[in-house]
Design a protein around this ligand. Sequence first.
Ligand code: ADP
Length: 401
Amino acid sequence: MICQILVLNSGSSSIKFSLFDEQEGALTDLYKGQISGLGSNACFTVSSSKNQKFTDLLKTADHLSALKYLFDWLESKLDSNKDLFVGHRVVHGGNHFFSPTVVTPGILEQLKKLEPLAPLHQAYNLAAIESLKQINKAIPQVACFDTAFHSSHEKPNNQFALPDEYYEQGIRRYGFHGLSYEYIATRLKQTEPELSSGKVIVAHLGNGSSLCALDQCRSIDSTMGFSALDGLMMGTRCGSIDAGVILFLLEEKNMSAQQLTDLLYKKSGLLGVSKISNDMSLLLKSPELTAKQAIDLYVHRIIREVGSLVALLKGLDGLVFTAGIGENANEIRKRICAELTWLGVEIDNRANDENSPVISTRNSSIKVCVIPTNEELMIAQHTFDKLNEKDSTPNNLAVGN
Ligand code: ADP
């Protein structure tokens, strides 16, 4: 079955997309873009693999009209001799979905029930699936979950010290950024085969930040837990916080659940501490003391969590940096690695300044790598594989009514 695959990553205010062409199982990217500013002044931007760029301003767009616009634009770009499949990033698979899943009406209903577990993501991920169903219900859609890669965790790593019935109700540590970690694990096997059979911590440092401990490329634990709020400090999210603080804010400061959600997800992290921005590149350039304090805390929290994952792994062979900050902010990598010299980490400053694939020295006991993530390719690959399984034919895969 030859095909083209559209990957959608639909959020509250933007829909990111990538179009891949398949040729004998190999995937090549053709276009990558986004419709941003949904709900206000939406803007469509796209660039082709040949570096042609196109921008357009849309009148106010919701998810449905944005996708209609995208499909109109795609019409002249798609190969009519090939089937079109769509793969979606879906943040939460709960404790039922551990692998990419073809979306049927029943599956969509089950995924909707998980919306409260990821209030800032899940509903918008699913909005794209529903909108596409309205535009063309014959297109097979596959949901790829950010939680799935972490389904290999042992129970103690997934458990809160609450009465066990809460675990059974799904109140457990799931872990996120799984598509990114799975992509990095795949790349490690290709480019660093020796390291891939060892103990590695991957630092996905973007607007959302987390760490994942890999043992032979299997996820052992991650800093994110029940929600994408846990673990490291992030762009606007606070990361791990004493549950007593939440109780205090609720009971003593009379904050509502909505105010707390806003505070913890949108007003904390780098933005909250610096009072300047959630954008690391701006903070690194800022002369303000609060910017420095925010960066210090960001690094401090990473070091703390690296320590706990090294203990769980019982050693460390490699450290991999990925995502916006991990791939580009050499200053942050340098500061993290400087705090890990006790582990035997030694970096080559020039290689680090150049964002080279390997930034550690030959003498370093830990190999330190920079690997750009590619969640879109991972989703496209999963979508292709899923729809090429023996019993998967387009006719029985469409989302339907
Ligand atoms: P998202 O989680 O939204 O996908 P990204 O992975 O794109 O986020 O990461 C965004 C973060 O990466 C921002 O804080 C941005 O400032 C940071 N970043 C990107 N490029 C650089 C750079 N050259 N130097 C420092 N930080 C950078």
